[in-house]
Design a protein around this ligand. Structure first.
Ligand SMILES: CC(C)(COP(=O)(O)OP(=O)(O)OC[C@H]1O[C@@H](n2cnc3c(N)ncnc32)[C@H](O)[C@@H]1OP(=O)(O)O)[C@@H](O)C(=O)NCCC(=O)NCCS
Length: 193
């Protein structure tokens, strides 16, 4: 995705359709609900803040752009069938208020599943540990699915994102792409509880 979307088993001659890669997940305070196209209506306002793009570039999507992306992601597989595109809406568990989104793009490299994560939290909801809590649940889930490597690309000045990565067990590498450092799950025996 980079923009949305995960993978199954590139190279395998089977259609990726199983929804059990994008189930509802819950944490103490959060509900991670599988993203559907209709979420665009609720999320367009939540994500309409230029500050969310400080380190990632671009601009907030308008409703038409968001709908288009969410419709594309709803297939949960890339158009070439090589990646799983997994997206969740992060909601407050008590009232289901949307707080942001969480994403994992799963591909297969050298016969091992690799998941790239990305997270976005509404500015008003930041600084309360929500992103770390949501990302922790997602990493735990991905490991139950047999994912062997979890990564994230993070701008070197993006302290909050680096802290989230660190909180869920990722460590900084010396690998860079488009000015962002690659962080990788450094402990494959990561405890899921
Ligand atoms: C990155 C982001 C998701 C973090 O969300 P969040 O809910 O505020 O994160 P948390 O509350 O879980 O905080 C994680 C850590 O970052 C720290 N932190 C939060 N905001 C910070 C800031 N502006 N500067 C420095 N540290 C910050 C917190 O204190 C916490 O540290 P700790 O683990 O040592 O306690 C949020 O800032 C965001 O959506 N940014 C814009 C989108 C984006 O750039 N996404 C990254 C793409 S990979």
């Amino acid at each position: 995705m980079g923009t949305g979307g995960p993978g199954g088993s590139p190279g395998e001659d089977r259609h990726i359709s199983d929804d059990d890669w994008n189930p509802q997940l819950t944490t103490e305070r959060l509900l991670l609900a599988p993203l559907v196209p209709a979420d665009a209506e609720e999320l367009v306002g939540v994500l309409d803040d230029q500050r969310l793009h400080r380190f990632t570039g671009g601009h907030p999507a308008n409703i038409a752009e968001l709908r288009r992306s969410f419709e594309l992601w709803a297939g949960r597989v890339s158009p070439d069938g090589r990646e799983r595109w997994l997206n969740w809406v992060i909601r407050e568990r008590a009232c289901e208020l949307p707080l942001g989104t969480l994403q994992a793009t799963v591909s297969v490299e050298d016969s091992q599943s690799v998941a790239e994560m990305a997270w976005v939290l509404a500015v008003e909801a930041q600084g309360q540990g929500y992103a770390s809590e949501a990302a922790h649940a997602l990493v735990a889930f991905l490991l139950t699915k047999g994912v062997r490597e979890v990564v994230a690309h993070i701008h070197p000045d993006h302290e909050a994102s680096a802290r989230v990565a660190q909180a869920v067990g990722l460590g900084p590498t010396e690998e860079w792409s488009s000015g962002e450092r690659l962080w990788r799950l450094s402990n494959p025996t990561y405890v899921t509880s």
